[in-house]
Design a binder for this molecule. Structure first.
Ligand code: CA
Length: 259
């Protein structure tokens, strides 16, 4: 099930971790996948190396001396969007970070297994590759019709979201999660299915990633759109009645609308 990017040897992973033993162990394991791995041992070096090396994915420890992982993630993402896998100390710290909208794509709580680290890194690379391919296909055209449910409009070609007339800025992961939810409105999607479709995870036991990202979506889009089905999953259910599902066929008016 190794569906790694077409040219594995061209993949560059940047590991930002201040504990040399952990950084080295991670680097060694990821190198074993055939990827090039660079290490930064503090936050400032991490930001600088992300800028100069342009890695395909960043593994980023949240607890760093000086410039912490949150700020490192913000600065890296502000310069160039890149998938970030953040390493946290506790599950509630993960919640907190997602709530802050730091912009990481995935989170792993220490201690973690190297096997899982590799699986998650691969998933991020697959998603990135998929997004790149989709962007290439869609360049100049709107091959994918916009999804419009209630007052939420998702332009998959441009990867832009509006609620009413207001544009909502989402991270790549939040966007993919929203597309999955909006594509099946008023349908309960299990956490496992969301993890499989959005995160490309196979084994999804005991993760809070979905819950935390739903929380982030609610914060940005409004609390009324996504219903929690306790113990099961989530459903996209805009409160507005009628005329909701207008997928294809609707005259798309991207670009033309005043903002
Ligand atoms: Ca650390």
């Amino acid at each position: 099930m190794v569906t790694s990017p077409a040219t594995t040897s061209n993949v560059l992973v940047l590991v930002v971790e201040d504990e040399p033993a952990i950084a080295t162990a991670i680097a060694r394991r990821l190198s074993g996948e055939g990827w090039r791995v660079e290490m930064a041992l503090d936050g400032h070096a991490g930001v600088a190396m992300a800028s100069s090396l342009r890695p395909d994915v960043v593994v980023l420890d949240v607890m760093l001396p000086g410039l912490d992982g949150l700020e490192v993630c913000r600065r890296i993402q502000a310069e160039r969007p890149v998938p970030v896998l953040m390493l946290t100390a506790r599950d509630d710290e993960t919640d907190m970070l997602i709530g802050l909208g730091v912009g990481a794509d995935d989170y792993m709580t220490k201690p973690f297994s190297m096997r899982e680290l590799v699986a998650r890194t691969k998933a991020l690379l697959r998603r990135q590759e998929r997004a790149t391919r989709a962007a290439e296909i869609d360049t100049g055209t709107t091959a994918l019709p916009p999804l419009v449910v209630g007052d939420v409009a998702v332009d998959r070609a441009q990867r832009r979201v509006h609620r009413g007339s207001a544009e909502v800025h989402l991270t790549p992961t939040e966007f993919d999660l929203l597309v999955t939810l909006v594509s099946s409105p008023r349908t309960v999607l299990t956490r496992e299915r969301l993890l499989a479709e959005v995160w490309d995870w196979v084994d999804a036991s005991g993760t809070r990633t979905v819950d935390s990202h739903v929380k982030a979506l609610r914060r940005k889009l409004g609390a009324d759109l996504i219903r929690t089905v306790h113990g099961v999953g989530y459903a996209f259910e805009p409160s507005e009645p009628a005329t909701d599902t207008q997928e294809a066929g609707r005259p798309a008016s991207p670009g033309g609308t005043a903002t």
